[in-house]
Write a protein that binds this ligand. Structure first.
Ligand SMILES: [Zn+2]
Length: 602
């Protein structure tokens, strides 16, 4: 295997605007990071403890998580169980309409769904939905009335009614915790929140903090498993492709996380792999059923890896090839103990049910204009979100393999088809951590653009590389007389971020440095950031064509222009559609899927 030396680059400094993925270049290697306390971080990579595992049979019986307990839950009184007059909905078999309390279609459409103790919860980027009743009988179909609970407000004044002391970033994933009778919600900055369905109130389960070591953790999926120490405890497992690790957090039946665990996770399950083995780097989803199932993806090559913990610090790992289907484009994986692994392929309008023992997959096809997101399984099949509906499929009635072999690619917004990449000859980088939506924990924020570094995407990127207009449009911002932050300003901005646990819009703008913005019409805007300087001929109000030179790659806004700092030039490129960055409300894998559809997969 070709192993490239990775630059210590941006990852070395907590001040840098990105973390470059070790994972991209180091399949099969454990990336070990050490922290030179108080200064910069250093790291080394080495192969460790090569172990193999038999990749199929589940391990000895362990305590399983009961996700469908029949304990009745108190029903919140404020939720209507029936629709108001006039809000008549037509029921169709295997279809469940999602409506609000007034009978109107739920908007925005939810991204994920989970059930627990007879209740159904759905997630949007900015709210949690709780259903008033049960999902309908699949054969009958029906309607689910949802009440929405917006993201809690943020106030740093203690005990402000209904507000949390840290801000909530975009919601990205949820699970139900039967032990605590609550819903855990993960946001894109890696904070975990807890929603109590009875009190209908929010709390912070764990505020994310830089971990020590580099890069910072990036939690993109989570699952519960029994605690190895005590069956009365649960373990929350967090998938971190940046660090190539699964993090564990032991939870009691109630109460807060211990102060130590709040600071940093005491328990870490490293992913120790042999050269050539799958790893959790570039992984997108995690599930538990006696052992851990990790879904890996990049470049349309989904693979499953299996992990069996041996001790706290050693694991066996193996591979479960997905059989019966060609290349896949996975965006999510959902499962429960005893059920198949359901893999959603949003861009292929397809769901696969994968046998956990032999990897055999069967396909379920959906229409060409579907918008497949999260799903929730039961013993006979699964409900999947498609826009503001749920569709049910029985697992014993899959679609024809021949038909499923060439699924229609999901169509994209036609406005995006006008765009090209902003560096001549470059391709999409092959690492989710440089895409929009990735966490930027050093500034407690979310990445809103895509980074083009040297060597990422097959073209040279250096100080002064020309950046070109991604499409025809009008220049709406051009920082001709840009002056970068001095040290006091930079330090003030960093301390703002730490104190507020976020990057304010004003500070985000400072971090982008010298910028050009182009308005392409129809609410489509592109931004080019960290420029060394702009093309002096570019003025606000001027019309540009695709490919016109607008500026030169640099490091402005990253802090790397300060004296004595190493420079890692890259272009930060944002696409804004209808007032949101492209990737808003999507998982990392869903975001990659859209970018591949716009710019190709070469
Ligand atoms: Zn960036």
């Amino acid at each position: 295997m070709l192993i490239k030396k990775i630059k210590e680059a941006a990852r070395l400094s907590p001040l840098s605007i990105v973390s470059i993925p070790a994972s991209l270049l180091f399949f099969g290697l454990l990336c070990q990071f050490t922290l030179a306390q108080g200064t910069r971080t250093a790291m080394s990579y080495r192969e460790q403890n090569n172990r193999t595992v038999q990749p199929t049979a589940p391990g000895p019986a362990t305590v399983q998580i009961q996700l469908h307990q029949s304990i009745p839950m108190p029903r919140p009184g404020s939720l209507p169980r029936t629709l108001p007059p006039g809000a008549v909905q037509t029921s169709r078999p295997y279809t469940c309409l999602l409506v609000d309390e007034h009978g109107q279609s739920i908007s925005p459409a939810p991204s994920a769904v989970v059930r627990g103790e007879g209740q159904t919860f759905l997630l949007g980027a900015d709210c949690l939905y709780m259903a008033a009743g049960n999902l309908p009988q699949p054969e009958l179909g029906g309607t689910l009335i949802l009440k929405s609970f917006p993201k809690p407000a943020f106030s740093q004044t203690p005990k402000t009614q209904g507000a949390l002391t840290i801000p909530v970033h975009e919601f990205v994933n949820l699970l139900y915790c039967p032990l605590r009778h609550s819903v855990f919600v993960l946001d894109k900055s890696g904070d975990i929140f807890e929603f109590d369905p009875v009190k209908q109130s929010w709390a912070i389960l764990r505020a994310n903090l830089p971990s020590g070591g580099s890069p910072d953790p990036e939690y993109i999926d989570f699952c519960l498993s029994p605690s190895a120490k005590q069956t009365s405890l649960n373990q929350l497992n967090l998938l971190d492709p940046e660090r190539n690790q699964i993090w564990k957090l032991t939870l009691g039946k109630s109460g807060n996380i211990s102060p130590i665990a709040k600071k940093s996770f005491a328990e870490v399950m490293p992913w120790r792999v042999r050269k050539g083995d799958p790893s959790v780097a570039e992984s997108i989803a995690l599930s538990y059923d006696s052992l851990f199932y990790v879904l890996r993806n990049f470049g349309q090559s989904g693979q499953l890896g299996l992990i069996r913990p041996q001790t706290e610090m050693t694991v066996q790992q193996g591979r479960l090839p997905i059989k019966g289907i060609g290349p896949i484009r996975p965006t999510r994986m959902v499962s429960q103990p005893g059920l198949p692994l359901y893999i959603v392929e949003r861009e292929n309008n397809r769901v696969l049910a994968v046998n956990k023992n032999n990897g055999q997959a069967v396909p379920f096809l959906f229409g060409a204009n579907s918008n497949l997101r999260g799903l929730t399984p039961d013993n006979q099949g699964f409900w999947i979100i498609d826009g503001n509906k749920l569709f049910y499929r029985k697992v014993i009635e899959p679609d024809n393999l021949v038909q499923a072999a060439k699924p229609p690619t999901r169509s994209i917004d036609p406005r995006l088809k006008r765009l090209h990449l902003p560096i001549v000859g470059i391709n999409l980088p092959r690492h989710a951590g440089v895409y929009p939506g990735a966490r930027r924990l050093y500034r407690y924020g979310v990445h809103e653009g895509m980074d083009f570094f040297d060597g990422y995407g097959g073209a040279r990127v250096y100080m002064g590389t020309p950046a070109v207009a991604a499409g025809d449009g009008i220049v709406v911002r051009a920082d001709a007389d840009f002056k970068d932050m001095n040290l006091p300003t930079f330090n003030r901005v960093m301390s703002d971020c730490a104190r507020e646990h976020r990057t304010s819009d004003k500070n985000e703008d400072l971090f982008r440095g010298c910028q050009v913005w182009i308005d392409h019409g129809d609410h489509l805007v592109t931004r080019y950031a960290h420029l060394n300087k702009i093309n002096g001929k570019i003025k606000v109000g001027q019309t540009v064509k695709h490919g016109d030179l607008i500026g030169f790659v640099g490091v402005s806004g990253t802090g790397q222009n300060l004296p004595g700092r190493a420079k890692y030039p890259h272009l930060h490129f944002e696409i804004w559609l209808d007032g949101k960055y492209l990737g808003y409300g999507l998982t990392p894998a869903e975001t990659v899927g859209i970018f591949e559809n716009i710019f190709g997969t070469k």
